[in-house]
Ligand binder design. Structure first.
Ligand code: SAH
Ligand code: SF4
Ligand code: F3S
Length: 476
């Protein structure tokens, strides 16, 4: 997702459009580009797995590809515009090479299937997030001269049995999807429409995937879901047991199972929801050194009326109590957030409440956005998108300025301490330096010595930039 006004922070989380390579003989060539959140990147690994099983090779070059797929994001209008620009480029390629198949996957598929296929004739293939098993058939159908669509959403599909082809090439950190969809219906959000109902994945398949990753040399997994705190296995949405003969598993228990794979495997997760995050989760985190001390807890707004209109299910006071619980149970835990500036009807005083909660919590990091109205959402139907663009922009800038200052102070406070760092790779700035992250998710850079990616080292930090710590290894 693109993030107005503060690209670098957003890009660090969601990445630029990525073109990846995996190897498999005897196939047609596939270019897969991913946009949006980590969930989409994780889905792309499933897509490559499904298509390499039927013989596709992947390529990084559009000019080289037989099939181009874009795994798209619909969260804000600018995310969609970006995909449209890219589609226009592929259309120009198709003029030269008519056999080229162009398809869209992911969240825009649900939203714009007719428009993209019929009206604008931009694509040959539209496949929604729950229909990737059907991709080989659908591509065949296009080869046979037809357009192909499958945007059915499922109540069951979790791709639990598909071994993702890891596309992030560091070999140290990986994502594991633990659930799909979202039932929350925050009024601004398109995700429940693009990804359907919430469903949890079989915990055994999750632990097995973590174990396999560890065996392959990975040392960190991030458990992914739109609201990980509502993970539930063998339970209905009301918390009733489905099958008495089998165990139930909640998120705290799942996290402990994954942490038990090895003390040398770090566990992270995203995203927590303030209305559902229990003390159980916090105690589980504090019991295991290898569960990283970092929580992403989106606030969205600091004002109760705005939160109510957003249908977030908590108040400012409830949220602050959750923050107090984190600080009480894990004093060293880093906390980040998401904030939306200029939601429907937001007044100056309500915006000031967002700034004041930021002051109060002192977030380590934040992703900050201008409100972007999305078709079909509750907010679109119920409220007017009435905050003028320039007011949204100014409020967002105030939020960003405050956060930059706070993040800088956070990094400075971390200078002069020892941190256990998981080495991820060579620093972009110097081949003699490595980088990794501490438990709080802050990047630490230090001289290479005899360390390599996947190793742990204790680093003493001696200086910093606004967001990065610099230090020397004190023990391995
Ligand atoms: N499931 C996660 C967030 C998913 S979307 C959660 O509940 O926190 C990531 C972030 O994008 C949201 O937290 C929100 O801050 C932002 N976002 C979502 N819809 C938006 C919209 N219509 N306009 C602006 N920002 C939006
Ligand atoms: Fe969207 Fe809310 Fe679900 Fe997050 S919890 S994905 S913001 S509806
Ligand atoms: Fe975007 Fe879909 Fe993720 S809308 S943020 S790719 S769930």
């Amino acid at each position: 997702m693109l993030h107005e006004g503060n690209k670098t922070i957003d890009e660090a989380r969601q990445g630029e459009a990525v073109m990846r390579e995996a190897i498999r003989p005897n196939g047609k060539k596939l270019l897969l580009e991913s946009y949006g959140c980590q969930m989409n990147f994780s889905d792309s690994e499933i897509v490559v797995s499904i298509l390499s099983d039927v013989g596709f090779n992947t390529t990084r070059e559009a000019e080289d590809a037989d099939v181009v797929l874009m795994n798209t994001c619909a969260i804000r209008d600018n995310a969609e515009q970006r995909v449209r620009n890219r589609l226009n480029y592929f259309r120009s390629l198709k003029k030269k090479r008519p056999h080229l198949v162009v398809g869209i996957l992911g969240c825009m598929a649900e939203r714009l299937r007719e428009q993209l296929l019929e009206e604008e004739k931009l694509v040959d293939l539209v496949v929604g997030p729950d229909a990737y098993r059907d991709l080989p058939n659908l591509i065949e159908q296009v080869h046979g001269g037809q357009k192909a669509v499958n945007v059915l959403l499922s109540r069951e599909e979790t791709y639990a049995d598909i071994a993702p082809v890891r596309l992030d090439d560091n070999g140290v950190t990986a994502f594991i999807s633990i659930m799909r969809g979202c039932d929350n219906m925050c009024s601004f959000c398109v995700v429940p429409f693009t990804r359907g109902r919430e469903r949890s994945r079989d915990p055994e398949s999750i632990v097995l995937e973590a174990q396999e990753l560890f065996n392959q040399g990975y040392r960190e997994v991030t458990l992914l879901g739109q609201n990980v705190d509502s993970y539930k296995w063998n339970m209905t949405s009301k918390g009733e047991i489905k099958d008495e003969s089998r165990p139930t598993v909640n998120f705290a228990q799942l996290m402990e199972k994954v942490a038990a794979v090895s003390p040398e495997l770090r566990v992270r997760f995203s995203t927590s929801h303030p209305k559902d995050m229990t003390d159980d989760v916090l105690h589980a985190m504090s019991r295991h050194e290898n569960i990283c001390k970092y929580i992403h807890l989106p606030i969205q707004s600091g004002n109760n009326e705005v939160l109510k209109n957003m249908n977030r299910g908590y108040t400012r006071e409830w949220y602050l109590e959750r923050i107090a619980a984190i600080r009480r149970i894990m004093p060293d835990c880093a906390i980040s957030t998401d904030i939306i500036a200029g939601f429907c009807g937001e007044t100056e005083a309500q915006h000031a409440d967002t700034l004041s909660i930021m002051e109060e919590v002192q977030y380590d990091m934040a992703y900050m956005f201008k409100y972007s109205e999305r078709p079909r959402t509750l907010a679109e139907r119920k409220f007017e998108d009435d905050v003028p663009e320039e007011v949204k922009g100014r409020r967002l800038q105030e939020i960003i300025d405050l956060q930059m200052e706070c993040s800088r102070r956070r990094t400075e406070r971390m200078v002069g301490h020892d941190y256990r760092v998981l080495v991820e790779g060579t620093s972009k700035k110097s081949a003699e330096m490595l980088y990794g992250r501490n438990s709080q998710n802050v990047v630490v850079v230090f001289p290479k010595g005899n360390l390599k990616p996947g190793d742990y080292a204790v680093v003493h930090t001696s200086e910093c930039t606004a967001t990065t710590l610099i230090g020397t290894v004190v023990s391995q």
